[in-house]
Design a binder for this molecule. Structure first.
Ligand code: FES
Length: 136
């Protein structure tokens, strides 16, 4: 009974704190502000680089069809996927999930593709933000 009050009380307190001190726009996940992820020329064709967008790891990949940005969080249980240059797949070390370079599921337990992010090149610099894949 006391534990229920403590847990319920903590929920009320955190709701009040969130109301009084809303998270900054940059951390809320609601912003479409782009994060600079480095120079495009530093990622050769077939290579990828991890960037952080609103605290989330995102792979920026130089694919044959141009730059692609995908969440690095596996859609099965949230492990960070790794880019395998030789096999040209993202692999998840937790349960061997496999995704192609567009983030589509190839094999394993994941049922949903990797979440796409927007990516674009502005004056030679990569800009990545939340939203549908495409230009920033
Ligand atoms: S967390 Fe990636 S396959 Fe399970």
């Amino acid at each position: 009974m006391a534990g229920t009050f403590v847990v319920g009380g903590a929920g009320v307190i955190s709701a009040v704190v969130a109301y009084l001190f809303p998270p900054s726009e940059a951390n809320s996940g609601l912003t479409r502000q782009a994060v600079k992820a480095g120079q495009a020329e530093d990622i050769p064709p077939g290579r990828g680089k991890l960037a952080a967008v609103d605290g989330e790891p995102v792979w920026v990949l130089n694919s044959p069809s141009g730059f692609v940005a995908l969440s690095a969080l596996c859609t099965h249980k949230g492990c960070v996927v790794k880019w395998d240059e030789k096999r040209r797949v993202f692999n998840c070390p937790c349960h061997e999930g496999l995704f192609d370079e567009r983030g589509n599921v190839i094999a394993g337990l994941p049922r949903r593709p990797l979440v796409p992010f927007r990516v674009g090149v502005v004056h030679g610099e990569l800009h990545v933000s939340r939203g549908e894949a495409g230009k920033v």
